[in-house]
Write a protein that binds this ligand. Structure first.
Ligand code: ATP
Ligand code: MG
Length: 568
């Protein structure tokens, strides 16, 4: 584990039933002297998303709490969907979240052992080769209200099964022509126990084993035994596997191997978000987003690029905890944790997204000065920096109104406001373009208000940010909104798909934002609070000649409001 003590405490802070189970198993020595061992078992068929972060924090965090270890194991039993690109991105994402695995393993490491175990089950009369087609197997399986029927091949002799299975492995039969099934109970109320398929024939190249195999184990035949080989004590997974648990136990019991225990917890669901690799892959492949790491994606690589921090994600996930019923969490709660973290840590800077020129008529032409600005008012140890100030500035278009509406206290003709950390200014007149739009505001300043301090106790109602025009850097700023416009994007009307719920305005590109010059040395990944505007981070597309920033989040915290309303 690379997490420091404080970081593990984050994870420890919230209670969840998984912790209680492990604590009890440790107390009763359920696994004898074995150390607590967990695993995080992603299928390398896509990039990890924020839902996986929950599983990672539980798998790694709980093991760590009990002095145990966690393996990263790729569940790579579907050669057709799996790729090395995903294997690499998953490792990078787990490390970025702050965790280090004990062993790196692949289910495919165990293909040989699993094959041996399949032979053992055949020899024990517990498995048979079935020639029914996939469709016939489905029909024979029955339904929740009707028992299944035995396959005509169910009672094949052991010798015949051994012969057919070895020939399946040797590549004698085409895809889909035969399967190996466990012989359990065709009348079981649990459909997973009605002679589940153990192996299928698939002449497909595997990302690691290449063409060595043309039969591949099913998830259920691979997962529990892989856990067992790794002496996993607590195999935590999401609730959709609860119905598979009897089968998980059946294989382990029949084989008499290390008794790993599966425990299910609730999937993380977030409003306005889809957490399914299959659907996220579709967004990427069809070009609805710019890639897996598009900052609008809920993938870990997407939200990392957006500027989210591992600290905030861990704290969020720990706060959500684990239960035994699926629910849905407001995306605002995740954003709240992220704002909280950035508010404490992000350096402040001044940036104007939609520039309007402000000229200080009584400020001497050619003069310039620097004003001292705190780097982070939440953390005085971050010190101050000097920001250049001069006669011509950029301010936000929104900070000036020629005819101010009621309760508008920012700049307007005759009104005095504070330029942050600099001076009091009073707007005097405007310059218009041919179309009548205000393109320049002229004002006067009070030299005695230096530092933004009132010279005589008179008050101004607002403070606005600014950037010196002569010193400003231009930047592209990408503003993101939610990727979907519906709280439950998976909820679609007839004839529509989740793609119809995409928010057409999820990306707005501001091409000529103006930044204070200190931002010129900012490196990709660096995070800032642009004062009064929001949290931003430098995009990897950024170069010294062309700065590119992503908006992580706007400043407004709607979650705090939701919480307050709820009396929290
Ligand atoms: P997806 O449907 O997005 O492909 P998956 O469950 O198929 O997800 P896996 O790669 O098999 O993805 O998942 C690895 C681990 O992460 C599993 O233990 C799974 O239960 C867990 N996991 C996946 N999605 C979530 C989620 N939304 N919340 C919590 N855990 C999750
Ligand atoms: Mg899966």
């Amino acid at each position: 584990m690379t997490t420091s003590n404080t970081e593990s405490q984050e994870v420890r802070a919230s209670s969840n039933f998984l912790r209680d189970i492990i604590a009890e198993d440790v107390r009763t020595k359920k696994f004898g002297d074995a150390v607590i061992q967990t695993r995080f078992p992603p299928e390398p068929n896509g990039y990890l998303h924020i839902g996986h972060a929950k599983a990672i924090v539980l798998d790694f965090g709980l093991a760590d709490e009990f002095g145990g270890k966690t393996n990263l194991r790729f569940d790579d039993t579907n050669p057709e969907k799996e790729e090395t690109e995903y294997v690499e991105s998953i490792q990078a994402d787990v490390r970025w979240l702050g965790f280090e695995w004990e062993k790196l393993r692949y289910a495919s490491d165990y293909f040989g052992q699993l094959y041996e175990w399949a032979l053992a089950l055949i020899k024990a009369g517990k498995a048979y080769v079935d020639d029914l087609t996939a469709e016939e197997i489905r029909q024979y399986r029955g339904t929740l209200t009707e028992p299944g029927r035995d396959s005509p091949y169910r009672n094949r002799a052991i010798e015949e099964n051994l012969d057919l299975f070895t020939r399946m492995k040797a590549g004698e039969f085409p895809d889909g022509s035969r399967v190996l099934r466990a012989k359990i109970d065709m009348a079981s109320p649990n459909l997973n126990l009605r002679d589940p398929v153990m192996y299928r024939i698939l002449h497909a190249a595997h990302h690691r084993t290449g063409d060595a195999w043309c039969i591949y184990p099913m998830y259920d035949f691979a997962h529990g035994q892989s856990d067992s080989i790794e002496r996993v004590t607590h195999s935590m997974c999401t609730l959709e596997f609860a119905d598979h648990q009897p089968l998980y136990r059946w294989y382990i019991e029949q084989l008499g191997i290390f008794p790993s225990v599966q425990i299910e917890f609730d999937r993380l669901n977030l409003t306005y978000t889809l957490l399914s690799k299959r659907k996220l892959l579709q967004l990427v492949e069809e070009g609805h987003v710019r890639g897996w790491d598009d900052p609008r994606m809920p993938t870990l690589s997407g939200i990392r690029r957006r500027g989210f921090t591992p600290e905030a994600i861990r704290a969020f996930v720990a706060s959500v905890g684990a239960t035994r019923t699926n629910g849905i969490v407001d995306i605002e709660m995740l954003e709240h944790f992220q704002r909280d973290d950035l508010n404490r840590r992000a350096a402040r800077a001044m940036a104007v997204l939609r520039p309007l020129k402000l000229v200080i008529d009584n400020y001497p032409e050619g003069q310039e000065e620097t004003v001292a600005v705190l780097n982070n008012p939440e953390d005085l140890s971050e010190g101050t920096r000097l920001v250049p100030f001069s006669r011509e500035l950029w301010i936000e278009q929104d900070d000036f109104r020629e005819t101010p509406p009621p309760k508008y206290y920012r700049l307007s003709p005759g009104r005095e406001v504070r330029l942050r950390n600099a001076y009091f200014v009073t707007a005097q007149s405007v310059v218009r373009d041919a179309a009548g739009n205000v393109v320049e505001v002229h004002c006067t300043y009070d030299p005695k208000s230096r530092g933004g301090n009132s010279p005589d106790g008179r008050k101004v109602k607002s403070t606005i940010h600014w950037v010196s025009k002569a010193h400003a850097l231009s930047a592209e700023v990408r503003l993101y909104e939610k990727l979907f416009s519906k709280p439950d994007p998976g909820d679609v009307e007839e004839g529509k798909t989740f793609l119809d719920n995409l928010n057409p305005n999820s990306l707005e590109v501001v091409s000529e934002a103006k930044l204070e010059p200190s931002l010129g040395s900012a490196q990709p990944g660096e995070r800032f609070q642009f004062e009064r505007v929001g949290y931003f981070c430098v995009d990897p597309d950024s170069t010294p000649g062309k700065l590119v920033f992503n908006r992580t989040l706007a400043l407004k915290d709607s979650w705090a409001k939701i919480e307050k309303k709820a009396g929290g």
